[in-house]
Design a protein around this ligand. Sequence first.
Ligand code: ATP
Ligand code: MG
Length: 462
Amino acid sequence: MMLLLGFLLVVLIKPYYRNDRIRTIDVISETIETLLLKEDVKNREIESAARTIIGNNVCAIIYNENGKAIYNPPDSLGQLCMLDKQISIEEEIFTIKNEPKKMIEMIKKENPLSVTIYSQYTGMEMLLYGKQIRSNLSNYYLVLNTPLEPVESYIDFILNQYLYIAVIVVFIALIVALFLARQITSPIVKMKDEANKLAQGNYDAKFETNSFSEINDLASTLDDATEKLSKVNDLRKDLVANVSHDIKTPLTMIKAYAEMIKDISGDDPVKRNEHLDVILQETEYLDKLVTDMSELSKLQSGVLQIKRENFDLKECTEQVVLLLSQAIREKNIDLVLDLDECVVYADEIKISQVIYNFLSNALKYSDNDSKITIRIRNSEEDVKVEVIDNGNGISEEALPYIWDRYYKVDKNFNRSVNSTGLGLAIAKAILEAHKAKYGVTSKLGEGSTFWFELDRDYETEN
Ligand code: ATP
Ligand code: MG
């Protein structure tokens, strides 16, 4: 930029100066004309006014009709002024100050007169300008002279100044560029290092922010990504661990029983059926496990969106009870339904799944002939659903973990009851997707109460 600027300066300084001179001469001539055209203007006044108008680098004479100079100051141009030197115009060689009449003749012939003459004294082109000014009283002749090229020293001065400025500007630009580059590159270099860590599976990578908003955005996006990757990684790790554990056991059973049928019980229909039943049970378990796992992972990854609508919660609960009625009958459970009429704004299928999970747990962990109560309370603010049992209860130590995936209080619990340990984790994911409050109170040996609260129907909400 500085080079371009310097080049333009050198190339343009002369034409620019020339134009500027021509314009100055025009302005001076017009101003003097209006001055002379004023009525009863005195020669004295003309002189002092002209002195202020005619500035540097211009020399001037004003003649009256008789060729008498009414303005003829010591020249501001000094030695450069051509008015008192011999010049040649149109093959005439003369000195204007000595032969004003000749000049006046020329102006009369061509008004305004504007000629470029070459000064052998300075080696520069000069502009000679003459104009006749006709006033009511008399005629005046204005003669102006100015160099059309800047003086060498003037150009040197400008270029020198330019050089100083250029050096300073380039120096400052260098410092600023260095500073900016460092500001931008150093966080990016750090980010690269952290990203390398991440690539090697180190999820402690932390992306620093700095004062550039784009870099900040990038850093926080990468931090987000790290967090998500780390979560996915955790999920993957314990999924692999759990799945291999949970799937391996039933598979071993299936394999063992299948071998048994093949080798031993194949011909004994009673034994064979017994063994086939075990295989069927295990397959059912595997089926439930896989269904639950995919349901949970869909819920947790947000692939499965909840679809809220108004529905009758009482009716929904009764449907769930119907689904489990056989188990209720088998265990001879005294089921008490204490259900308020109410409409809630939620995902019906998902909520019935939660109630199903709560109720099936209550059934699973209650003794035969015990009592289970389902209660729905429709209050001013919201609707509370409670499933109360008098079963095993849960110890205080286990209580915080029951909502975790694969968590089972009794690790050796008979697997044939189809317990994957995912039921409450699914319920939790559903309730959290609804932003619902939920919880459990339980005492070992006395029973448990699982509950959640839902928004009232959409109409009343708004
Ligand atoms: P799944 O529901 O997937 O068939 P699960 O019932 O074992 O398996 P969850 O429903 O997640 O799994 O429950 C986790 C654990 O919490 C259970 O294994 C059980 O130990 C305990 N639990 C849940 N509900 C009750 C209850 N009503 N009474 C006593 N313990 C319970
Ligand atoms: Mg359960």
